[in-house]
Design a protein around this ligand. Structure first.
Ligand SMILES: [Ca+2]
Ligand SMILES: [Ca+2]
Ligand SMILES: [Ca+2]
Length: 330
């Protein structure tokens, strides 16, 4: 439901694309000739192609170049090395953490196995999974979209982020819900998002969350006049996910209700809960705007990128793929 002032759109679009590849700079004054400032879908398309083209060595994220074709080599562009582990499921350097590799020092483990369910949102600019994450790890993000959730499929992933699952064309079966719950109990990390705009969007994600006793409430968090996201500034005390976080925006999401520790509240609603289930961990966030990297380009007052780094790290098993988060990331 997002609305971006037209005056900002040109700049947002160019910056958003620049985050993903050199598309903006290679396009010269493309922003002024494009003219189609209102079509956020165009930028999404660009993001998709730029993400895969990014393997060519453009280093827009300050450190790493990911080998072409995924699964290739990842090398440091900043000279930050010193870790002798490699992505093979073995603790090669014997420091107690399997595959703790981050050659670029960007805070995302290069060996991370992360996947998304459903489709990305289309309201903001940029896509955290197509662009930001793909630049920071070898595997990038696996797009499971409407795939059947089976034990075999889920076992391939350490972290799964649920995007818009109102569009998958079915309701998740009890077998799929059970498979997901089992995967979490065995150490999987699940994060759910909401606020994509479909009237039925709560149904499927709440189905997935039901065994955990948490879900999204019916009463939508109303948008604020003027089109900007609502800054969430009330945080629930000491928790690794909240390190260095003062504000993150939400826009037309849904409150989080039920089990878990409330980590964030805004406009009188709980918007973030954290749960542990067996060996796994779950974060339930009441919006989807954090998936648009325009949120941290346009909002230096938000710590969206750091929030993602904290969340992914906390959701990743404690003895796998744990790398340090750089202190200078907002
Ligand atoms: Ca290690
Ligand atoms: Ca290893
Ligand atoms: Ca990395």
């Amino acid at each position: 439901m997002g609305w971006v002032p037209v005056g900002q759109l040109l700049r947002v679009a160019c910056i958003g694309v620049a985050l993903q590849a050199a598309a903006c700079s290679s396009d010269g004054d493309g922003a002024s000739t494009g003219g189609d400032t209102g079509d956020t879908g165009d930028t999404g398309d660009t993001a998709g192609s730029a993400g895969s083209a990014g393997s060519g060595g453009g280093d827009d994220f300050g450190g790493i170049a990911v080998g072409a074709g995924g699964g290739g080599s990842i090398s440091s562009g900043s000279g930050v090395t010193g870790n002798e582990d490699s992505c093979d499921g073995v603790d090669n350097d014997g420091n107690g953490i399997i595959d703790d590799v981050d050659a670029g020092g960007d805070g995302v483990c290069d060996c991370l196995r992360i996947a998304t369910l459903g489709e990305p949102g289309r309201w903001g600019e940029g896509d955290v999974f197509e662009a930001w994450l793909n630049k920071r790890s070898i595997n990038g993000a696996v797009d499971l979209n409407d795939a059947e959730l089976t034990a075999e499929e889920l076992s391939k992933h350490q972290v799964i982020v649920v995007q818009d699952v109102s569009v998958i064309g079915r309701t998740y079966s009890s077998a799929e819900v059970e498979a997901l719950s089992d995967w979490i109990a065995k150490g999987g990390g699940l994060m759910t998002l909401i606020g994509y705009g479909d009237p039925d969007e709560r149904e499927n994600v709440n189905t997935l969350l039901e065994p955990l006793g948490v879900g999204y409430d019916e009463q939508q968090i109303l948008p604020r006049q003027g089109g900007s996201t609502i800054p969430i500034t009330e945080w629930g005390g000491a928790h690794p996910v909240l390190d260095g976080i003062q504000a993150v925006g939400v826009d037309t999401g849904y409150p989080v209700a039920g089990e878990g520790t409330t980590l964030a509240t805004g406009d009188g609603h709980d918007v973030l809960k954290a749960l542990e289930s067996g060996d796994g961990r779950v974060l339930v966030w009441g919006d989807e705007w954090i998936t648009y990297n325009s949120e941290w380009v346009e909002h230096p007052d938000y710590q969206v990128e750091r929030f993602w780094l904290n969340a992914i790290k906390w959701l990743t098993p404690a003895n796998e793929c744990q790398v340090a988060i750089p202190p200078n990331i907002n």
